[in-house]
Ligand binder design. Structure first.
Ligand SMILES: [Zn+2]
Length: 151
């Protein structure tokens, strides 16, 4: 058994071709400083929420073939992932995630590296928020908005 202090110092090689985090952490479910092993699928996606402690929601686009039109449509997939303290992922970051054992009912991926940040992420989220609000507005509110726009 490795002692906690030793775990904190060493950054393990997880066997993937990614940059190792410079910071250290005490998270037991960190692939670099804890006991977690990674295997299976590897994905690249954007972080859209980090409101949970040591968890994040990531989102990516995939293409789905529609046979009637013989074309592809875009579909979005959201998954919950574990976010170790040392990686420190923020909203809008593009991250590489790797499959791991199930950490909870809905988490079986872990962030292993940050590769950059999405261009225009804030604007994209704002636009989505606005379109959501539009659908929820009542007829009365809608009329008020239209009146304002006319002025
Ligand atoms: Zn760590």
């Amino acid at each position: 058994m490795i002692s906690n202090s030793k775990m904190k110092q060493e950054t393990k090689n997880i066997g993937m071709n990614v940059e190792m985090p410079k910071a250290s952490c005490t998270d037991i479910n960190c692939p670099f400083h804890g006991q977690l092993k990674v295997r299976g699928r590897q994905l690249t996606a954007t972080v859209i929420s980090t409101k949970m402690r040591r968890s994040a929601v990531i989102e990516f686009e995939r293409l789905h073939f529609v046979s009637k039109y013989e074309r592809y449509e875009k579909r979005r997939t959201k998954i919950k992932v574990h976010s170790p303290d040392c990686v420190a992922a923020k909203d809008g970051d593009v991250v590489t995630v790797m499959e791991c054992r199930p950490l909870s009912k809905t988490k079986n991926f872990v962030i292993i590296a940050k590769t950059g940040s999405e261009f225009g992420f804030k604007e994209r989220m704002k636009a989505r928020e606005l379109s959501k609000a539009k659908g929820l507005r009542t007829a009365k509110e809608e009329a008020a908005v239209e009146e304002k726009e006319e002025k």
